[in-house]
Design a binder for this molecule. Structure first.
Ligand code: PMP
Length: 392
């Protein structure tokens, strides 16, 4: 045991920290400014992806740091069952105008991580059906490939097998349909939702969940324009709620406040995370339409969910300052503008034989790497192409 621990120390430089990667040594980040991260040796790293689409306002923004400090000084914590608070109310009101094109009369429930927002969305959708007297509706349909989080229900919705294999006995049996490809044939992939609903029986299905523009699993795939209208129609016809997971593609990343806007998509529930607070404090949101929230208010009177840190003032103050910063500097419009430039320049990568599709909207871009582009053959996973590219 002691030898193993010694070996662990030789491969990680992290002392007592149980870090994310146990078999590699990674740099220690010390500071950040704008698009740059600096390590302990003052090496600078261009934070091109904003972590994982998190840092959408840059590092070292004084206004956000001050808002967090002021909130911590004024009021650190209250429990959401006993008090509402000014920061949470302010953040919800500031977000609402940016969400209402997608969720009518949006109501925001604040949590800490994207996985928690997805988990809350699942429970909320399920509770709506229980309140409506349709307790048979408990199943959820998602897509393959997809990623909706690392909690057990989020993982159950996700089609990312290497994250799931070890935990399969603990996961829920949610069905998947194939994700769209944006290559002109997505209408058929949308129709697969109808086939799946008929297979499961719509009386057993609570909701369909998907990313409006694909995130980490489909590298910013933009579905064909007829995809989302068809999905919305099917959900309406079979009385199934539609959850748009905007944890990665939302909050301005694609050049619109929500990626759903590119398609005129109306969702019943939206999940937000990552860029909602630019990375300054953990924050996510489950946003539901006022109509659905009213049904629960007039029914049992309480969303059956709880969390010590839901609606916490400090994280909401960070979120409010971030939304104000995005507005003041028109960064969502800027994302659209700079996105055009980025996508034009990315086209140059087409000269490399390993580059396949280049896709996305705004400052959200995905590049497909292929071993054989003519056959659309991906690299064998064990060649670790992406790890080598990232290391470079
Ligand atoms: N949904 C989507 C679409 C995501 O991309 C992610 C994170 N990559 C999550 C949910 C989970 O968010 P978190 O890692 O903050 O729990």
């Amino acid at each position: 045991m002691r030898t193993a621990a010694k070996e662990l120390n030789s491969i990680t430089s992290t002392g007592a920290l149980f870090g994310r990667k146990l078999n590699v040594s990674i740099p220690t980040a010390v500071s950040g400014k704008g698009v740059w991260i600096f390590d302990e040796h003052n090496n600078g790293y261009l934070d091109a992806a904003g972590g994982c689409a998190v840092v959408n306002v840059g590092h070292g923004v004084t206004e956000i740091a001050e808002a967090i400090g002021q909130q911590a000084e004024t009021l650190a914590y209250v429990n959401g069952t006993q008090f509402t608070n000014v920061a949470a109310e302010g953040l919800a009101d500031a977000l609402a105008p940016h969400l209402s094109a997608t969720v009518p009369d949006p109501r925001c429930y604040f949590l800490s991580t994207g996985s928690e927002a997805v988990e809350a969305a699942i429970k909320f959708a399920r509770q709506v059906w229980v309140e409506r007297g349709k307790p048979g509706k408990w199943q959820f349909i998602s897509r393959r490939p997809s990623y909706h989080g690392n909690t057990l229900a989020g993982l159950s919705l996700s089609a990312r097998e290497h994250y799931k294999t070890a935990f399969l006995p603990l996961l829920l049996p949610f069905e998947k349909i194939l994700a769209p490809l944006g290559e002109g044939e997505d209408l058929q992939l949308a129709e697969a939702l109808e086939a799946m609903l008929l297979k499961l029986g719509p009386e057993n299905v609570a909701a369909f969940i998907a990313e409006p523009i694909g995130g980490s699993s489909t590298a910013a795939t933009v579905p064909d324009l007829d995809y989302w209208p068809k999905v919305r129609k099917i959900c309406n016809r079979y009385d199934v709620l539609l959850i748009a997971d905007e944890v990665m593609c939302g909050m301005g990343r694609t050049g619109r406040w929500l990626a759903s806007e590119h398609f005129g998509l109306q969702a019943d529930i939206v999940t937000l995370g990552k860029g909602i607070n630019g990375g300054y404090a953990p924050l996510s949101a489950m946003v539901a339409s006022g109509e659905l929230v009213a049904e629960i208010a007039q029914g049992s009177g309480q969303f059956l969910h709880a969390g010590t840190y839901s609606h916490t003032p400090v994280m909401c103050a960070a979120g409010l300052a971030t939304v104000q910063y995005l507005e003041k500097h028109q960064l969502v419009e800027r994302s659209a503008e700079m996105g055009n430039l980025l996508h034009n320049k990315l086209l140059r990568l087409k000269q490399f034989s390993s580059v396949g599709k280049i896709q996305g909207r705004g400052l959200f871009a995905g590049i497909e790497f292929l071993d054989d582009p003519a056959l659309r053959k991906p690299f064998q996973r064990n060649r670790k192409f992406i790890e080598k590219l990232v290391a470079e």
